[in-house]
Design a protein around this ligand. Sequence first.
Ligand SMILES: [Zn+2]
Ligand SMILES: [Zn+2]
Length: 233
Amino acid sequence: MGRWGWRLFEGDQDLDVVLSISDDDTLGITTGQWEYSLSAMVHQSDMLAPPEAAAVYRTAEYAHQLANVIVPYIRQKLDTNNLGERMFAACRAKESDPDDLFQEAKYRTIMIGALMMRAGARINAADLQHLRDLVPQINCTSRRTLFDDHGFRSPGRAQFLAALDHYQPGVARSFQEPSCFKCGKIEEDIGRKPLQCKKCKVATYCGKDCQRDQWREHRVSCVPPGHSRVLNV
Ligand SMILES: [Zn+2]
Ligand SMILES: [Zn+2]
């Protein structure tokens, strides 16, 4: 249990999948020894982790290291010998497995896409289109559910789609900052920080229009701080 990013990939198994992609066995592609693995770009803010571990991700040193060392290193690795493209191909090849009841293979392809965008690595036009086509096929819930907790939460899906819309090779996309719960845009897209819902102080919006459009869905989870009955929603 944990989450990567502001609202992206916060299902129970998501961090495990992201971590497993870094593993040579999962995709059958030999990546060799890397100084920083793909998962080094992922804030592993597991709610069961000790506070000191989570605190590391909030330090200026980590932010600096991530932006200037880790992300450029991984981008270069993915762009060398089309490794990123080969990882996509390996993921896509597994999508047609009829036993894949929960669309895990498709979701893994989405995660590869997110990791590639996080690094600013090259993604070809066909793979970008494939990612767009996959999004509506992935389960999506507005908040955490006790059972069948797989797939996107709606703010995460919006975040992912906005990342696709703004994708540029060589530009790392942040998933770790407040994004509009409706359209998924972040500060870089709108030129200022998204606004917080005054009541719950959790949901964020690029403006009034998105907030109004999302209200019917958000109303259920709009609970003032300290009144929430469940964690990690
Ligand atoms: Zn918006
Ligand atoms: Zn709210």
